[in-house]
Design a protein around this ligand. Structure first.
Ligand SMILES: *[C@@H]1O[C@H](CO)[C@@H](O)[C@H](O)[C@H]1NC(C)=O
Ligand SMILES: *[C@@H]1O[C@H](CO)[C@@H](O)[C@H](O)[C@H]1NC(C)=O
Ligand SMILES: *[C@@H]1O[C@H](CO)[C@@H](O)[C@H](O)[C@H]1NC(C)=O
Ligand SMILES: *[C@@H]1O[C@H](CO)[C@@H](O)[C@H](O)[C@H]1NC(C)=O
Length: 178
C-alpha cells in the first residue's frame, strides 16, 4: 500500500517533469481562401508570447450558411521536405460536431475547442474565431518523436475546396531537462 503510493508519487513527479520538459509550439501558419465569396480570412497569425509559448489567432467569415463541411486532414513530418506521417483523415465536420465520432479529430479538437467559437453544430455562418490558441502537450495522448510537423487542413463546403489552414509545429522531447 505504502510502497505503491510512493511509486505513484514518484511516477507523478516524473510525468509532470516530463511534460514540463516537452516543447510543443506552433512554428508557422498559412491560410488561404479559394472562394472569397464564401470564406474570407481577416487574420491568420502566430504571436510568440514567450520562448516556449506561441499563440495562434484566426479570424474568418463564412458569408453564406453551410451545412456541408468536410475537413481533409493530413499530418506531415519534416525530413528534408515534408513527408506524409501517420494521420490522414477526412472528417465530416457537421457530423463530428453532433457526435465526436472521429478519434484523431477528437484529439485535435480537444487542443483548441476552448479558444474558438466553432464549437457548435451546423450550420456555420458569420465570424469564425480562434483566439489565443496555444499547444499543450498534456492533451496529446502520446508524445511525438522530436521534430517539426505540418497539419494541413483543407476545408470543403458542398464538396468544393474553400480554404486551407496549414499549421506547422515543433515537438521536442527533452527529458534530460527535467
Ligand atoms: C496546404 O498543404 C497542402 C498539403 O501539403 C498543400 O497541397 C496546399 O497547397 C497547402 N496550402 C497552402 C495555402 O499553402
Ligand atoms: C463559391 O461560393 C459561392 C457562394 O458564395 C458558391 O455558390 C459557389 O458554388 C462557390 N464556388 C466554388 C467553386 O466553390
Ligand atoms: C474579425 O475581423 C472583422 C473584419 O475585419 C472585424 O470586424 C472583427 O472585429 C474581427 N473580430 C475579432 C474577434 O478580431
Ligand atoms: C463545446 O465546449 C463545451 C465546453 O468545453 C463542451 O462541453 C462541449 O462538448 C463542446 N461541444 C462540442 C460540439 O464539442
Amino acid at each position: 500500500m505504502r510502497l505503491s503510493l510512493v511509486c505513484c508519487a514518484l511516477l507523478g513527479v516524473f510525468l509532470s517533469n516530463f511534460s514540463f520538459a516537452v516543447v510543443f509550439k506552433f512554428s508557422n501558419v498559412v491560410c488561404e481562401s479559394y472562394n472569397k465569396s464564401w470564406f474570407q480570412f481577416h487574420e491568420c497569425r502566430l504571436k510568440a508570447v514567450s520562448r516556449e509559448k506561441v499563440i495562434f489567432n484566426l479570424n474568418g467569415t463564412v458569408l453564406h450558411p453551410t451545412n456541408n463541411v468536410f475537413a481533409h486532414g493530413n499530418l506531415y513530418k519534416r525530413e528534408s521536405g515534408y513527408k506524409p506521417w501517420l494521420v490522414r483523415e477526412v472528417v465530416d465536420w457537421c457530423r463530428f460536431m453532433r457526435k465526436n465520432y472521429n478519434p484523431a479529430a477528437k484529439i485535435f479538437f480537444s487542443l483548441f475547442k476552448e479558444f474558438t467559437n466553432i464549437n457548435h453544430t451546423c450550420p456555420f455562418v458569420g465570424p469564425q474565431i480562434v483566439r489565443g490558441f496555444y499547444l499543450r502537450p498534456e492533451l496529446l495522448l502520446l508524445p511525438f518523436p522530436t521534430g517539426e510537423y505540418m497539419l494541413s487542413l483543407r476545408w470543403f463546403f458542398d464538396q468544393k475546396l474553400q480554404f486551407d489552414t496549414n499549421v506547422s509545429f515543433v515537438f521536442v522531447e527533452d527529458i534530460m531537462k527535467a
